[in-house]
Ligand binder design. Structure first.
Ligand code: GDP
Ligand code: CA
Length: 347
């Protein structure tokens, strides 16, 4: 077990964040805001932020490769996001979707906006020309200038599928792609199991393991702990990199007051048998001193009564406001994460 080495008085030059879509992107906005405005201890506008994004939500639709979490991070940080929806392009139009519906082409429930389609066309053409997803992402980011280095967790195809009850099927269940569970079914039926297809054979994308081992700090933002952070950790080699990095690893709970703030973390936590609480998610990720991946875990003030159980399990834990209501509030969360990482370890 390596000794976490908080750069106590020193500068925080490199931060690596393992991110899903909307929650991760909002956190990153606050982190960058904090770094640029001197709100993060040890950090400056020059601090390099690397984002390892979940790609297990990706899928092919209408012949296009769509990468929701990569695009949500890229559009959010590149100021192209639709703020109300939280995903997709601002000032979007939907002519292509309407025309596809007029042809009766399924599925009609997945929203592909016209502006967004341009991104997927560029990506799909480049993939078909033989570029890797990492190379494609780098090319797309040349336009969006997100202010971070954005890496897919893997260049290999990895897809989350969800098993749901289906009385009409001989097995009593049916397996659907994550997008069908979330977008078509609104996660309104219980998830019975989470299957991450292709994960065992996947390798981390170039730069991912180095971003973890060479960082001054690794952060797990408030992202879905199963289908975003969980799928990144499941790429062979990533968990080991987190366990062995000299950098402190801290996370922020996506569960506040016993519920997810938005999304469907509660449904997928239930599917893997983890209680929907800030403490249970922290313990599920686990203390590095006890075989897990975390040194520290922030919970919301409402969950302050859970700090003791986390600390007893070897996790440094603090209760602070964890609602990403605006950039300042989110920057304060990022600052609290860095401060937690820099706390001297108990003797
Ligand atoms: P997704 O890809 O759109 O699912 O987004 P993420 O994987 O990044 O995670 C969204 C998760 O972040 C949700 O499941 C929520 O539990 C959590 N979340 C969203 N907003 C907030 C917030 O303001 N505060 C906290 N603590 N968690 C949040
Ligand atoms: Ca996602």
């Amino acid at each position: 077990m390596p000794t976490p080495n908080p750069p106590s008085a020193g500068a925080v030059r490199r931060i690596t964040v393992l991110s899903g879509g909307v929650g991760g992107a909002r956190f990153l906005q606050g982190l960058l805001h904090g770094l640029r405005n001197g709100l993060v201890p040890g950090g400056t506008a020059e601090t390099e932020v690397t984002v390892v994004a979940n790609t297990a939500d990706d899928w092919w639709i209408h012949g296009l490769k769509v990468c929701p979490d990569l695009d949500t991070v890229m559009y959010t940080l590149g100021d192209g996001i639709d703020h109300e929806r939280g995903w997709g392009r601002r000032e979007e139009t939907w002519s292509a979707k309407t025309e596809l519906e007029a042809y009766g082409v399924e599925p009609t429930w997945f929203g592909l906006g016209d502006r967004d389609i341009a991104t997927h066309l560029v990506r799909t053409q480049m993939l078909e020309a033989g570029y890797t997803l990492s190379q494609v992402t780098e090319a797309l980011c040349r336009r969006w200038q997100p202010g971070v280095r954005l890496l897919p967790m893997s260049d290999d195809r990895v897809e989350t599928h969800i098993a749901v009850a289906d009385p009409d099927s001989p097995s009593g269940r049916r397996v659907v792609h994550f997008q069908e569970y979330w977008v078509r079914m609104h996660a309104a039926v219980p998830a019975e199991a989470v299957l991450v297809v292709g994960q065992d054979q996947a390798t981390p994308a170039p730069g991912v393991l180095e971003a973890i081992s060479e960082a001054d700090l690794v952060v797990l933002p408030p992202s879905n702990p199963v289908v975003s952070v969980g799928t990144i950790l499941g790429v062979p080699g990533v968990r080991e990199a987190l366990r062995s990095t000299p950098a402190p690893v801290v996370g922020l709970s996506p569960i506040v007051g016993g519920d997810h703030v938005r999304g469907m973390a509660a449904q997928v936590l239930a599917a893997i048998g983890v209680e929907v609480s800030a403490a249970a998610v922290g313990l599920h990720l686990g203390a590095r001193s006890a075989g897990g991946v975390l040194d520290g875990w922030l919970v919301d003030e409402r969950d302050a009564d859970q700090v003791a159980v986390l600390e007893a399990a070897g996790l440094r834990a603090r209760a602070v406001p964890l609602m990403m209501t605006d950039h300042d509030a989110t920057a304060a969360m990022a600052a609290a994460a860095v401060a937690l990482a820099r706390e001297p370890r108990p003797a």
